[in-house]
Structure formats: structure tokens, C-alpha cells
Design a protein around this ligand. Structure first.
Ligand code: NAD
Ligand code: MG
Length: 396
């Protein structure tokens, strides 16, 4: 008797050269019969992108400019088409031979291609939280209209997804969602030392190896603020039902509390290949390459409430989540500008929160009725943020 083997599932990756992209390809490479890489995209690191193309022979690869495309053509297999610019990203997001798209571009740059994948009705594995934070309601509407299946890759949201009741939050007796957070590299650093923190210090995360933008966000805890907003949209709950808990070991990835007092948590080593493998294989479970969790070696799991003085970005994110509208898009844009200025050595670490605070204090919240309105918010909030950044640069 022979058993029919299903054709490999086609997978495209927006942002394949980043931390999430590389981890996703690592998982995919462990399952050659199950997955086939259809399309990739990268922005910098063309050498890494070229090596990925030689290993996985995708049908399409997208780069930012015509010049980069020209450069890449000589380095990839002849069967791989090289496309450039926004059209290239759209082609990766909507490629008909891929039913799964991993959205792993960092920041607002990921919004339009991630939306394109939602509109194309893909199985959408979402790492690019900024896209959902910016466009919230409109994004979820496009997912529903396109018939896409949204699966969270962010470890906390993937953990919650695993712990939620099959009948949904409302009928399933969920009381609260609890997002865990490591507290980043400055959890116990003196406030004076934080004031003088360098980009390399801010990016030296104790538990996770990630891109530099999200690493800075973890140090300010704006990452958890963005994740709060992400959780509101993904799971359809208000921010008043979401709590943030510091857990320095990053073993408990998040928790769901039920009305009967039960609390379900998902545990695992801090390695993004676990949520990636979970979402790639879902509803089946597949091998990820992650080391088995040894709780006796870890011995202790600690929990505490976040300190609002140390992490002012949490208050700013809760305030944006309470009003929604275009407040999260403004928050995200101000944060991205500030983090870029900090990473460039222009802005002090503690001023990241100060700039975002200034922008939000002056922000007149409106409900965006289309994606162009979201993009307009993004541009205006960045302009305002740059104004405050310049003032701080002048003041020193
Ligand atoms: P990264 O900086 O390592 O990689 C970003 C990817 O996006 C790269 O492939 C880069 O070439 C591409 N990119 C950058 N700017 C671009 C632009 N303007 N246009 C098109 N492509 C561009 O980032 P990362 O750590 O992999 O994070 C990616 C996303 O996943 C972020 O939204 C982050 O918040 C989220 N995320 C990351 C982790 C993690 O462990 N790294 C965990 C949870 C969520
Ligand atoms: Mg996370």
C-alpha cells in the first residue's frame, strides 16, 4: 500500500536576511519534503541574500533598487528572477505558488507588503508587529476580507495563541492575557548608567539575539508596548485586560488567565525557531532544532511588576492603546525615528521615551479610514519627532 505524499507547502519570506528570516530558513531547511521556498526579499546584506538563493533556489527574490538587482543577478541561480523596489516586495507577498508568507521586515517599511499578503489571502506568519500596530483595525479588516489566516510569530503572541480556548476569548472564559517581558539589558542597571547607555549596550540583550531596532525597543520596553497593541488586535481584547509581567529568564513566553482561576502558560527556551516552527507546521507540530527545555538546570523562574519610572514607554503605549485610532501609528513612527537617531549616536537613550512622549502629548487622535491616512499619520509623526530630536541634539 502506498501513501500519497502532499506537495511541499510554498513559503515566501519578506525580510529573509534578518534575524527572524534566518531562523525561519533554518527551520524550513530541516523539512525539505514539507516546505519549498518560493520567494525571498532583503534590503542590505546582499551577500547573505545571494547565499540564501543559492541554497534554496527560490523562483523570485526582491531587493530595494535596480542597482542592487543588477548586482544580485550575477550571484543567484539563473532560475531565480530578481525584482526591485515596492513592486518586487508586492510580488513576493502575493506570489501564487506560495500559500504561506512570513512577514519579517522590520518597522513601518513592512506595512504595505504585509498588507499585500493579507489581501492575497495567504497563511500570514506575522513577525512585523509594527504593521499591525500602525494599521490595527484596517489590517484586521483586510485579513478578514482577503480570507488570510493570521498566525503570530512574536513569541508572546504565539504563546497566547497556543493557550487560548478553541471557542474564542469571549465564550472561553478568558479573564486576562499576561504578556511576559525579560526587562532587557537595563532591568537592574542604575538610572545614571542608563542615561549614558551606548547603542551596543542597549543591543546586548541578555536572552535573545535580534535585529538592532527591536533590541533597542526591548531595552526601553517599547517592544512590550507595541506587543500590547499587537495583542489587542490579534486577540480582540481591550488593553485593560492585558497585563505585563517581568520574567528575566524568558522561559514562560506568556500566559492566559481564565475565570475559574486556571492560568495556562507556554514555556520553552528563548529561541524564535519554536514559535516559527509552531506557526509553519500549525496545526501540526514539527521539529524546530531548539534545545529541549531543562527546568532543573534553570531551577528558578522569577516574576515582578515593571517599574514605571525605569520604563516610561509602557505608560505611553497603554495610553495609545486606550484610545487607539491613529495614536499607535503616531507612537510607532515617533519611536522609530528616535531609535534611528539613538542608533546613529545622535540621541541619548533616555530621550527616546522623551521624544515619543512629546509627540503623543501634541497628537490630535483621529480614526484612519484608509491606509493612506495611516501613512499620512506616519509621515506627520516622524516630522514632529525629528523636530524634538533636533531640539535635544542642540541642547546636548
Ligand atoms: P532585522 O533587522 O534582523 O531584519 C529585518 C529584515 O527586514 C531584513 O531582512 C532587512 O533586510 C529587511 N528590511 C529592513 N529595512 C527594510 C526596508 N526599508 N524595506 C524592506 N526590507 C527591509 O529584524 P528582526 O529582528 O528579524 O525583526 C523583524 C521583525 O520581527 C520586526 O518587526 C521585529 O519586531 C519582529 N520580531 C523579531 C523578533 C526577533 O527575535 N528578532 C522577535 C519577535 C518579533
Ligand atoms: Mg516578542
Amino acid at each position: 500500500m502506498s501513501t500519497a505524499r502532499a506537495a511541499p507547502r510554498g513559503v515566501s519570506i519578506l525580510g529573509s536576511t534578518g534575524s527572524i528570516g534566518v531562523s525561519a530558513l533554518d527551520v524550513i531547511a530541516r523539512h525539505p519534503g514539507r516546505f519549498r521556498v518560493i520567494a525571498l526579499s532583503g534590503y542590505q546584506r546582499l551577500d547573505v541574500l545571494a547565499a540564501q538563493c543559492r541554497q534554496f533556489a527560490p523562483e523570485l527574490v526582491a531587493v530595494p533598487t535596480a542597482a542592487a538587482a543588477q548586482q544580485l543577478r550575477g550571484l543567484v541561480p539563473a532560475s531565480t528572477r530578481v525584482a526591485a523596489g515596492a513592486e518586487g516586495l508586492d510580488a513576493v507577498a502575493g506570489h501564487e505558488r506560495a500559500d504561506t508568507v512570513i512577514a519579517a521586515i522590520v518597522g513601518a517599511a513592512g506595512l504595505l507588503p504585509t498588507l499585500a499578503a493579507a489581501r492575497a489571502g495567504k497563511r500570514l506568519l506575522l513577525a512585523n508587529k509594527e504593521a499591525l500596530v500602525m494599521a490595527g483595525r484596517l489590517f484586521m479588516a483586510e485579513v478578514a476580507r482577503g480570507g488570510a489566516t493570521l498566525l503570530p510569530l512574536d513569541s508572546e503572541h504565539n504563546a497566547i495563541f497556543q493557550c487560548l480556548p478553541a471557542v474564542g476569548v469571549d465564550r472561553g472564559g478568558v479573564r486576562r492575557l499576561i504578556l511576559s517581558a525579560s526587562g532587557g539589558p537595563f532591568r537592574t542597571t542604575s538610572l545614571e548608567a542608563i542615561e549614558a547607555a551606548t547603542p551596543d549596550e542597549a543591543c546586548a540583550h541578555p536572552n535573545w539575539r535580534m535585529g538592532r531596532k527591536i533590541s533597542v525597543d526591548s531595552a526601553t520596553m517599547m517592544n512590550k508596548g507595541l506587543e500590547l497593541i499587537e495583542a489587542c488586535w490579534l486577540f480582540g481584547v481591550g488593553s485593560d485586560r492585558i497585563e505585563i509581567l517581568i520574567h528575566p529568564q524568558s522561559i514562560v513566553h506568556s500566559l492566559v488567565e481564565y475565570t475559574d482561576g486556571s492560568v495556562l502558560a507556554q514555556l520553552g527556551n528563548p529561541d524564535m525557531r519554536t514559535p516559527i516552527a509552531h506557526a509553519l507546521g500549525w496545526p501540526e507540530r514539527i521539529e524546530s532544532g531548539v534545545a529541549r527545555l531543562d527546568l532543573t538546570a534553570i531551577a528558578q523562574l522569577q516574576f515582578s511588576a515593571p517599574d514605571p519610572l525605569r520604563f516610561p514607554c509602557l505608560r505611553l503605549a497603554y495610553a495609545a492603546a486606550a484610545v487607539m485610532g491613529d495614536a499607535p501609528a503616531a507612537l510607532n513612527a515617533a519611536n522609530e525615528e528616535s531609535v534611528t537617531a539613538f542608533l546613529a549616536g545622535k540621541l541619548r537613550f533616555t530621550r527616546i521615551a522623551a521624544v515619543v512622549d512629546q509627540v503623543m502629548q501634541h497628537w490630535c487622535v483621529a480614526e484612519p479610514d484608509c491606509i493612506d491616512a495611516v501613512l499620512d499619520t506616519d509621515i506627520r509623526a516622524r516630522e514632529q519627532a525629528r523636530g524634538f530630536i533636533e531640539r535635544y541634539v542642540t541642547e546636548g
